[in-house]
Design a protein around this ligand. Structure first.
Ligand code: HCA
Ligand code: CU
Length: 436
């Protein structure tokens, strides 16, 4: 495994029919759930756990902020990369991509930090031109071409993507005018629906148009959920031939977010598009959603298809029928996506955060994170007791009650932190603070 020089990983990588570019640690960190960037953010340990879970799930491309966005991001990168390096022997190589403006400052910082590739973006829509950077299409082309040509010459090992930001509000002919002179220098062309305007028929026709014009360059699509269409648009893009798509865990991202990774796989599975599932551990879908929910101190949202809510039956008639045979009200194989108690606890990702979630959120124990870690260690040591007489859930509850003497929480969750939503300027903070 270590025989290849570091530089050669991408040129030797055989891309699968569908490559997820996970952006939980870039787009995801722009979620309004973490809206006050000084108070709420992923700790380094959160980031490492999220990356580890993604790699174990089978994700090979992970997008992170450019290191010059903030000193915290810059410092965290080396420790995040160490997790990737640890898992190379077990899971193969995972490419860490820096999300950068088409600007030498971002690009140099990312290369210096040691990223494997650059996800470069440059606003191409009339709105971006007018209100974002003020450059004409000709100016966009000439500065992007100079930068990409240089990059290709001096850093052939990097995997490069160029995206026209706000691509779905960019007329197709302008987009092609920009991409035509750049395509020879990049490994992927991106088409982000930055403000969430696209509808599935437009997606299909655009993906087809780009596939025809650039048959040797894979496409990377990215959809925001402003209209609630991100998932549908992503499915259409994949079916029309987009080999790379950007997703996050639980779909978190700017405003209403982007496509949730597990919801995409769940849908492709239901539609029997098995080729696109190659290399992904679908059974870890629910555990990985729980991992992210736990980081956000919330539950897996009810609208997330791979959620416990989707298997929870409330009406008496439904409950009775499901006990007879779950097929009556459960059309989809959620258990294959890990939505079962067994898998929550015994799946490959049953780390302390899953234990914490199970005891605190499902069973209402008063338990802090440190105790959850200790209970987890004890639970793992005791797993030899799982000989068929006792379920994992029972064992864990017994340990919590009898060995750790944990009490059930008496306070209703009303003392939870209140998030006040205000529409004044102070609340609309920009997450990216770097200036050219
Ligand atoms: C952003 C916007 C972006 C970029 C996507 C891309 C979008 O937050 O900078 O680089 O392809 O939606 O356009 O997320
Ligand atoms: Cu985005």
């Amino acid at each position: 495994m270590n025989a290849l020089p570091v530089n050669d990983w991408f040129r030797h990588y055989q891309a699968r029919p569908l490559e997820i570019v996970d952006s939980s640690l870039r787009e995801g960190q722009q979620t309004s759930l973490l809206h006050d960037h000084y108070k709420y953010y992923f700790t380094l340990q959160d980031k490492q756990e999220i990356l580890r879970s993604l790699i174990l799930y089978g994700v090979k491309f992970v997008e992170l902020f450019a290191p010059n966005v903030s000193s915290r991001e810059a410092e965290d990168f080396q420790a995040i990369r160490a997790i990737r390096d640890e898992l190379v022997v077990q899971k193969g190589y995972t490419f860490l991509l820096a999300h950068v403006r088409c600007h030498p400052k971002d690009v140099e910082a990312a290369i210096h930090a040691g990223f494997d590739g650059l996800n470069i973006y440059f606003g191409t829509s009339p709105q971006s031109q007018a209100f974002n950077h003020g450059k004409t299409v000709d100016e966009i082309i000439s500065s992007a071409r100079t930068l990409l040509e240089d990059l290709r010459r001096n850093h052939p090992e990097l995997t490069l993507r160029f995206s026209g930001e706000d691509a779905f509000r960019t007329p197709l002919d302008s987009l092609l005018r920009v991409y035509d002179p750049l395509v020879e220098f990049v490994d992927r062309l991106g088409m982000p629906d930055t403000v969430g305007v696209a509808r599935p028929p437009v997606v299909t026709s655009r993906v087809r148009a780009l596939r025809e014009r650039y048959p040797h360059t894979p496409l990377e699509l990215h959809f925001h959920d402003d209209r609630g269409l991100a998932l549908m648009n992503t499915i259409e893009a994949v079916l029309a031939g987009a080999q790379f798509v950007d997703t996050t865990l639980l779909g978190i991202g700017e405003r209403s977010g982007i496509t949730s990774m597990t919801s995409l796989f769940f849908n492709l599975f239901i539609d029997q598009q098995y080729d696109f599932l190659e290399g992904y551990t679908l059974r870890s879908s629910y555990p990985i959603n729980v991992t992210m929910a736990d980081k956000l101190k919330t539950l897996v949202p009810p609208k997330e298809p791979v959620s416990l809510t989707n298997r929870t039956h409330t009406a008496g008639v439904h409950q009775g029928a499901v006990l007879n045979d779950s097929v009556s009200y459960e059309a989809h194989p959620l258990d294959l996506f890990g939505v079962s108690e067994q898998d929550i606890l015994l799946g490959p990702l049953s780390g302390w955060n899953v234990v914490h979630y199970f005891l605190k959120e499902i069973n209402y124990f008063d338990i802090d994170e440190d105790t959850a870690r200790q209970v987890t260690a004890h639970f793992k040591d005791s797993s030899s007791q799982l000989n068929g007489d006792i379920s994992a859930a029972e064992l864990l509850l017994r340990i919590a009650r009898d060995e750790f003497h944990l009490q059930k929480s008496t306070s209703a969750p009303t003392d939870a932190l209140q998030i006040v939503q205000r529409m004044d300027k102070r609340n609309i903070q920009l997450s990216k603070t770097q200036e050219p």
